[in-house]
Design a protein around this ligand. Sequence first.
Ligand code: NAP
Length: 337
Amino acid sequence: MGLTNHQFRLAARPVGLPRDSDWDRVEEPVGEPDDGQLLVQVIYLSLDPAMRGWMNAGKSYIPPVEIGEVMRAAAVGKVIASRNDRFAEGDYVTGPFGVQEYCLSDGRGVIGIDPSTAPLPVYLGTLGMTGMTAYFGLIDIGRPQAGETVVVSGAAGAVGSVVGQVAKILGCRVVGIAGGAAKCRMLVDELGFDAAIDYKSEDIRKSLRDHAPDGVDVYFDNVGGDTLDAVLTRLARGARIVICGAISQYNSVEPVKGPANYLSLLVNRASMTGMVVFDYADRYPEAVARLAEWLAQGRLRTVEDVVDGGLGDFPDTLLRLFRGENTGKLVLKIADE
Ligand code: NAP
């Protein structure tokens, strides 16, 4: 077809925040699909805090991206050629296409999506990986009951904004923790949270005394560090903490800061459980159906932060997550729909 692909490959394992020198920009011709393959033009790239972890060496829930490999990324794109029975030219698809303009895929992990059900970026957020994380982390691990108090950190982000709204739908009192007055206002005024705490200007422990006077029944933790430690001091008896992420620690060059107040789990007969969304892959259709229904009913709002740029904007766009510059699901648009 004579197309040229541009890619970001991992050049070095970062120390602290990723730097420009951690990336190799590569240009190569786009190949033709073999039997069973499809060629996808990437339109929207998903930016995820987990990408920082995938850049590290060592054992995790998924193998690291090796030096020289195309950076792993979920994306949405359009099939431009196909020799795979499941997909035809012109189909919109989501899958692990990587940080590149074109992807030759064998179809593994690729799902067809319908742009008439929801705008394409929503398939990377509320109807994609972050929505699945919010849904199963909250419902399966948090097990919230109507009338309970649910606290979520990273509340204005992709996962957190869905967690809080789903907890409201389930009849809970919901308190969000986020950075800055504007994000906190949005949580209460636009997403229906009962209260929001600006961790940059408030003392979380003190504010929780006001907003969760009977204690916290479910804490959905996206940030770890000092925030986790503060919420631990306000647990209700039998509380469930969902360890979803710890973004405050991902770029730390010091050892990870664990919770000093963990004995609160003992005192309150509470639990703290890690979750990895991929374990729920068999049940994604259940979550997609329910989230899509709530969206259609107007009970759930989906928030996307779409950066309209090009592939070259990838390194700086990724850093927005760690600077707290995104609201809702951060997506980089690299081609027209
Ligand atoms: P996101 O919340 O949309 O974006 C990241 C947000 O984190 C930023 O907007 C910022 O919000 C906050 N943040 C950044 N640095 C921080 C710091 N030092 N301290 C406190 N907050 C900080 O990202 P997301 O995709 O929804 O992911 C949220 C969390 O879920 C991450 O920890 C991610 O790793 C985790 N996750 C886990 C799974 C799983 O399977 N376990 C799957 C998906 C995501 P503020 O402006 O409010 O600081």
